[in-house]
Design a protein. Structure first.
Length: 292
């Protein structure tokens, strides 16, 4: 099947879900956190999401069942795999004729710039996208000290001194979480990622449909605009140094919810840290509260 056919099958399923839901593009944008112009492009088949997050947000906003969500993720994965690489297309601009840059500033190389690149020109039928103002990120430290934008550069430089915090594959199947200490002296505990959805717990391949995102700010809505570029899969092991109890409530695919978030340290995200909702792990490490 050609690339165009895969994309059109994916777009057709998006349109079917939207039509069945009976909601407008404006209402769908509010529910999903995806801009109206991007929704128009996805449903028209002129752009496809560059990450899994928008697909899941779209399905949830349309009231899709777990089975329908998995099928939509499968169609997206096929369309995503069929798209040409930037090298094959000759340039990033050429590849952009079909590929949408990830929302919330995420790039396919895993880096997360401070602000998202503007969308390319939308079709005539798509309304213009409203400009968004991205507030500077604020992070907590155990003990109540808050890190402001002026210290971001220092945090990035210090990230190299922190113990490696993501151990995928090799750490799976071990026993209880262990306590570790970073070179900076911060005590951390390992937490193992748990994905309850479908067969993601048993798959060995790290397929996009089974990946999950980590939040930039646990107080804000957990959507495509509030995630870092780093993706996680079931069984990955992360290092957490504190827990925030009053974050945005998040539910998994079975309806289990929580307002607790663990701050985890990574070596490939701005600031060196991101937030894992406690519903995405079965571990309960003894870490101090993130106050601020």
């Amino acid at each position: 099947m050609t690339q165009g056919e895969e994309v059109q099958r994916f777009a057709a399923r998006l349109r079917a879900l939207k039509d069945r839901s009976g909601v407008s593009f404006e209402a769908l944008a509010r529910r999903s956190g995806i801009s109206r112009s991007s929704l128009h492009r996805y449903c028209a088949g002129t752009k496809i999401p560059a990450a899994y997050g928008p697909v899941h947000a779209f399905a949830k906003a349309c009231g899709a069942s777990n089975e329908e969500s998995r099928e939509l993720h499968r169609l997206w994965a096929l369309a995503d795999a069929a798209r040409p690489s930037s090298a094959a297309a000759g340039s990033p601009a050429a590849a952009g004729s079909l590929t949408e840059e990830p929302d919330a500033g995420r790039r396919r190389d895993g880096a997360t710039p401070d602000s998202a690149a503007p969308d390319s020109a939308a079709p005539d039928s798509a309304p213009p996208e409203e400009p968004r103002v991205v507030a500077p990120a604020r992070w907590w430290r155990p003990g109540g000290r808050r890190v402001g934008p002026s210290l971001v550069a220092g945090v990035v430089l210090a990230a190299a001194a922190v113990t490696v915090v993501l151990m995928s594959g090799a750490g799976r199947g071990d026993g209880l979480p262990t306590i570790a200490e970073s070179r900076s002296g911060t005590v951390t505990a390992t937490v193992r990622v748990f994905n309850v959805e479908g067969d993601c717990k048993t798959r060995k391949e790290r397929v996009p449909a089974c990946s999950m995102g980590l939040a930039r700010d646990p107080r804000k809505r957990y959507d495509v605009h509030n995630v870092v570029g780093h993706r996680i899969w079931h069984g990955d092991v992360l290092n957490a140094d504190c827990v925030f109890h009053e974050g945005e409530r998040v539910e998994d695919e079975t309806g289990v919810g929580t307002t607790r978030w663990f701050r985890v340290w990574l070596d490939d995200v701005p600031g060196g840290a991101a937030w894992l909702p406690a519903v995405r792990t079965h571990d309960d490490p003894k870490v101090p509260p993130c106050t601020g």
